[in-house]
Design a protein around this ligand. Structure first.
Ligand SMILES: [Mn+2]
Length: 398
């Protein structure tokens, strides 16, 4: 009987809010502690260990301390790069970790003359571990259909950072059919931030979920981070998803119709709830018949949530619509930017009618969000991306 741990999408260094960045790291620490306590044979990290190819020094220091613990417990760590810690130059901090002897990057391939890609295994005793890294925007998908393994082994693990068709369902998204992958016993996957497992014949395909949720939607869907503990005996595989509960999540949805009175309404609703030490996810929705979202005094709401001793709070107003005003054409001379924009969008939509046009005003607002002082570009990009995904209603988070 062999037991190993499968982690993915740790995104160390992610989150703009300090509280959540810390929680993200704490969750990773808990996972590591649990792996040591369970005396796993080895740990697999299927991409996106770091949130960027060049993580901040503080995060690196803390990460090295965790890897040192694992090293002292004599547990090998095998990993691949993901879409976030991948770098086009090929140089990332994963190399630094590896040079220090704290992990082994098991990506090892050779492109042949006919275009096929031959992967070489890394052997852990008689277990063959193969890996192929993720790339930006799913660029690895085409490569994966050309990949084959160099030899046959009684138990094979394939680490990939990509999307298989089974997990996306009907969402139009780049993905690979699992039948196109070379045959392995255990597919240790990452990239999709969901807990997912499926089986076919003697093969087991697993996404363990991120070790901590990475945005508003994931906090609301997953609440906690997780990883997979897998045991096998011959070809018989047993897996268990282990959740890491840290702080309770309070998801609060409030319907508003008046921007002018919404502040008080939201505060009254929040007052009825116990928010102490919770991650508060405040989602406003509805159509404003009076006032606009700019009339809502979010600083007052945030102050109130703080007074209720919440751990941290996040808000989402992408489902708040303004009644009919989006595309009405003003016949009188306009003097402010907002109404000029509205007029231009209105004219555009008349000439180019499309369902997508309804998203335009929200997209304009979201895309005009500026990078905060001190905010790292990668964090700013993530913030922007998650807002756009909210607006376009794409729940699949990468
Ligand atoms: Mn990821």
């Amino acid at each position: 009987m062999i037991k190993f741990a499968h982690l993915a999408d740790c995104h160390l260094g992610s989150w703009r809010q300090e509280e959540l960045q810390k929680l993200n790291f704490q969750s990773f620490q808990k996972v590591i502690d649990r792996c040591i306590q369970e005396e796993v044979e080895f740990i697999l990290i299927s991409g996106d260990l770091f949130d960027s190819a060049y993580p901040p020094i503080e995060i690196l220091k803390e990460s090295f301390a965790e890897f040192k613990k694992v090293h002292d417990a004599k547990i090998p760590v095998y990993l691949i790069a993901g879409s976030h810690d991948f770098s086009a130059s090929g140089k990332t901090f994963l190399d630094v970790l590896e040079k220090a002897g704290f992990c082994k990057n098991i990506e090892n391939w050779q492109t042949e003359e006919d275009g096929r890609i031959k992967l070489k295994s890394h052997m852990h005793n008689d277990i063959a571990i193969y890996g192929y890294p993720g790339r930006k925007s799913g660029m690895e998908i085409e490569d994966l259909s050309k990949v084959y393994f160099d030899s046959f082994h009684p138990f094979t693990i394939f680490m990939i950072h990509t999307t298989i068709k089974d997990v996306v369902g009907t969402i139009p998204m780049e993905s690979i059919e699992k039948q196109k992958l070379p045959l392995a016993n255990y597919y240790a996957m990452g990239h999709i931030h969901q807990v997912f497992e499926t089986r076919e014949a003697n093969s087991c395909y697993v996404y363990p979920g991120p070790t901590f949720p990475n945005n508003f939607q994931e906090l609301s869907d997953l609440q906690y981070g997780s990883f997979q503990l897998t045991e096998f005996d011959g070809a018989n595989i047993k897996t268990k998803n282990i959740k890491i509960p840290l702080k309770e999540v309070a998801s609060i949805e409030i319907e508003i119709d008046n921007g002018l009175t919404a502040t008080q309404q939201v505060i009254d609703e929040l007052d009825k709830l116990n928010l102490r030490d919770k991650i508060v996810l405040l989602k406003l929705k509805g159509t404003l018949t009076q006032g606009k979202t700019g009339d809502i005094r979010f600083n007052e709401i945030e102050e109130f949530i703080k007074k209720k001793e919440a751990f941290v709070s996040l808000r989402n107003i992408s489902s708040v619509k303004i009644q009919d005003s989006e595309f009405e054409i003003e016949s009188f001379p306009t003097d402010n930017v907002e109404s000029i924009e509205r007029q231009i969008l209105g004219e555009y939509s008349q000439k180019n009618p499309a369902d997508f046009n309804k998203h335009l005003p929200q997209l304009m607002t979201a895309l005009s969000a500026e990078k905060n002082e001190d905010e790292k570009s990668s964090i700013y990009e993530d913030r922007l991306l998650s807002e756009l995904k909210n607006i376009l209603n794409i729940n699949q988070m990468l």
